[in-house]
Design a protein around this ligand. Structure first.
Ligand SMILES: *Cc1c(COP(=O)(O)O)cnc(C)c1O
Length: 410
């Protein structure tokens, strides 16, 4: 039996506790959805205000040079590179994760033009699969998307495989792949390895260089706390830069954008991945989130995250014994930073929870998903969240008809 006092004690001794105050969380809310939209860092408010009023308002177009707008994406990218074990210059911040997937998957298929299979997982995040389907159709239907069932990725990789495209941490279950082992398997078959780090960057230790990953993409608005629709990032191993040809060739990816030449010439290194004009306001917000993530010790984040996932599972089982089925792997090495529970009425239950200030999310068809963000989440909040969930189940509060209607965004 876990007692509240034990959680209070963990909070008193939590070295990450001071980070909580760096975020502006509304009172009365327990936020378990930082894996879907990270909370607002306090410093972001002033930073964005400054960019809007001074740099845009007063500086006008001069700010591209004077306020360093043109270098901003590169600076944020260098910060993200440090977070994910990538060499300086091997990360570009631009576009959305979906668009970056298209760019890198397209480049990978060009690099492996003699091969026709894209390997992924059936339960991968839909955008990854949709992008692969769209690209395959665009390329004339020559490519096949081979979807492995959970746990069967290795067997799906063969000598016909051009690229293996996987999410490092699964959005729906929280299961985490062994990045180095799968990368090696892909490369042993002559394929390229493309990782989606949407639920990894800022959440779990990632070392792309150590894993010798070829390509990766990731998200700015989840654990990096960059704000709604924040720009995404992409990675390509330095050894690939010279031969990499992306399928979107825009003017800011040109070797000399302000020469306004007629013929496209790719910028050196990974510069071609910039494509178009960067979203400066969003980048300013993302920069604050990334700098905050760099201040926090990843080791400490990981330790607290692993502990919090287990504690939340235990507390929920204590408050509502046997009601939910845990689908997040028990083995710490195989899970990211979320707890996922299945229940046939998950949608209504999650809406009832949100109505009481405990914000997680629902993933179709039957999953209650709780994101664990150690920089803001206290141990006592886990107790309160579990107790609230227990009360909702005991009272049957989720049966209220107002919770039966699915929201547009879940
Ligand atoms: C959230 C998420 C995305 C998001 O893609 P966007 O294009 O930024 O909307 C992509 N892949 C995975 C695995 C995700 O979890």
């Amino acid at each position: 039996m876990l007692m509240r006092a034990a959680l209070e004690l963990l909070d008193q001794n939590d070295p990450l506790a001071p980070f909580r105050d760096r975020f502006a969380l509304p009172p009365g809310v327990i936020y378990l959805d930082g894996n879907s939209l990270g909370p607002l860092p306090r410093a972001t408010v002033g930073r964005v205000m400054k960019v809007v009023t001074q740099e845009w308002g007063n500086g006008l177009i001069r700010s591209w040079n004077d306020a360093g707008w043109i270098d901003l994406a590169g600076k944020v990218a260098d910060g993200i590179a440090r977070l994910i074990g990538a060499a300086k210059g091997s990360v570009v911040v631009a576009d959305s994760t979906s668009v970056n997937l298209f760019k890198l998957l397209g480049a990978a298929l060009t690099l492996r033009s003699g091969r026709s299979v894209i390997v992924s997982e059936r339960n991968n995040f839909p955008t990854d699969l949709y992008v692969a389907q769209g690209l395959a159709a665009f390329l004339g239907g020559r490519h096949t998307l081979r979807l492995a069932e959970p746990g069967a990725v290795m067997k799906a990789i063969g000598d016909d495989t051009a690229v293996v495209m996987l999410s490092h941490v699964n959005y729906r279950t929280g299961a985490m792949h062994d990045m180095a082992a799968i990368t090696r398997a892909a490369q042993d078959h002559g394929a390229l390895m493309l990782w989606d780090l949407a639920h990894s960057a800022g959440a779990v230790p990632v070392d792309l260089a150590a894993a010798d990953a070829d390509l990766a993409v990731g998200c700015g608005y989840k654990f990096l706390n960059g704000g709604p629709g924040a720009p995404a990032f992409l990675y390509a191993a330095p050894r690939l830069h010279a031969e990499l040809r992306l399928p979107i060739t825009g003017w800011l990816g040109h070797a000399a954008p302000f020469a306004f030449e007629t013929e496209y010439r790719a910028a050196p290194g990974l510069g071609q991945a910039v494509v178009g004009t960067p979203p400066v306001l969003s980048l300013a917000a993302l920069q604050v989130g990334v700098e905050l993530a760099l201040e926090a010790p990843m080791r400490g984040i990981r330790e607290k995250s692993l502990r919090q996932v287990v504690l939340l599972a235990e507390l929920i089982n204590q408050a509502a014994p046997g009601v939910f089925h845990c689908i997040t792997p028990i083995d710490p090495a195989q899970r990211g930073s979320q707890l996922c529970l299945s229940h046939p009425d998950a949608s209504a239950i999650m809406q009832a929870l949100i109505a009481r200030g405990v914000i997680g999310d629902f993933r179709a068809p039957d999953i209650l998903r709780f994101g664990i963000t150690p920089l803001t989440l206290s141990y006592t909040e886990l107790w309160n969240a579990a107790t609230t969930l227990g009360a909702i189940m005991a009272e049957g509060a989720w049966r209220d008809p107002s919770f039966a209607v699915r929201r547009t965004v879940t």
